[in-house]
Design a binder for this molecule. Structure first.
Ligand code: NAI
Length: 258
């Protein structure tokens, strides 16, 4: 078994699907002691079972809603109960809802800020003392939407811009304590995110086809490609990297109209 994360305790949020599930599988292969969390018990168990079948390494699962403060505390304390330490926190869970300033309600804004930003803040607060002890690191899953403005996803963009600032500020705050903090900023990645956010199958198909133009590399990305970047930033190979927000977006962040 490759051993980049051998005996490292890694907590992954939003692990029951998409980028979180792909990251879990990759880190399991690298020997990590994983604690994975999500809301869907069947999907979370399926991710854990698949890992076990493929790597003989079974992640521990903890169910919980990250918008519930008590659940966040329970998720974090379960990690300590399982392993007594944490080396890597991967703040991946997130939601997307569409809308502009003309039609995004305050409830929608609150929901996206609470899920994408506040829960990340709370979990990070809980983990930091332990990450200082283990000289561990954090990888946040932001978005190209946190770097560039896109229409009709206003609250989502704001939440991901906050994740970028959060990443860089906390990186600066914890650098002297030797805790690294980084983020990945994916472009369009084929997962359930957009459909969960209300896109119909037909519109989603067109949206994915348009990636030929919206992403300079001419295609959408795959969860595995984001997982590889997360694993790199979380590993000792990135030992001199902190405070980066790394686009994993086929060049989308650099594209200007002409
Ligand atoms: P996904 O929808 O498959 O995964 C998101 C995960 O977060 C799900 O497992 C979901 O259950 C979990 N989650 C959402 N709200 C939660 C809550 N309140 N409590 C607990 N878990 C919760 O989508 P994907 O794409 O894998 O998303 C992962 C991250 O990647 C998100 O932060 C998303 O914003 C980000 N991202 C995704 C992109 C894409 O095109 N798929 C592009 C850029 C960023």
């Amino acid at each position: 078994m490759p051993s980049m994360f051998l005996n490292k305790v890694v907590l992954v949020t939003g692990a029951s699907s998409g980028i979180g599930a792909a990251t879990t599988a990759l880190l399991a292969l690298q020997g990590a002691h994983l604690v994975i969390t999500g809301r869907n018990e069947a999907n979370l168990n399926q991710v854990a079972e698949k890992c076990y079948e493929e790597t003989w390494n079974r992640p521990k699962t903890v169910l919980g809603d990250l918008t519930d403060e008590e659940d966040v505390r329970r998720i974090f304390h379960s990690t300590l109960t399982f392993y007594g330490r944490i080396d890597v926190l991967i703040n991946n869970a997130g939601i997307l809802e569409q809308g502009t300033i003309e039609n995004t309600s305050l409830d929608q804004l609150d929901r996206m800020m609470k899920t994408n930003v506040r829960s990340m803040y709370q979990l990070t607060m809980l983990a930091v003392p332990h990450l200082i002890s283990s000289r561990g690191n954090i990888v946040n899953v932001s978005s190209v939407n946190g770097i560039r403005p896109f229409t009709n996803v206003l609250a989502y963009n704001m939440s991901k811009a906050a994740v970028n600032q959060f990443t860089q500020c906390v990186a600066m705050e914890l650098a002297s304590k030797l805790v690294r903090v980084n983020a990945v900023n994916p472009g369009v990645i084929i997962t359930e995110l957009q459909k969960r956010g209300g896109m119909t199958t037909d519109i989603y198909r067109k949206f994915i086809r348009r990636c030929q133009e919206t992403h300079p590399l001419g295609r959408p990305g795959f969860a595995q490609e984001v997982a590889e970047a997360i694993a790199f930033l979380a590993s000792d190979k990135a030992s001199f990297i902190t405070g980066v927000t790394l686009p994993v977006d086929g060049g989308r962040h650099a594209l200007s109209p002409r």
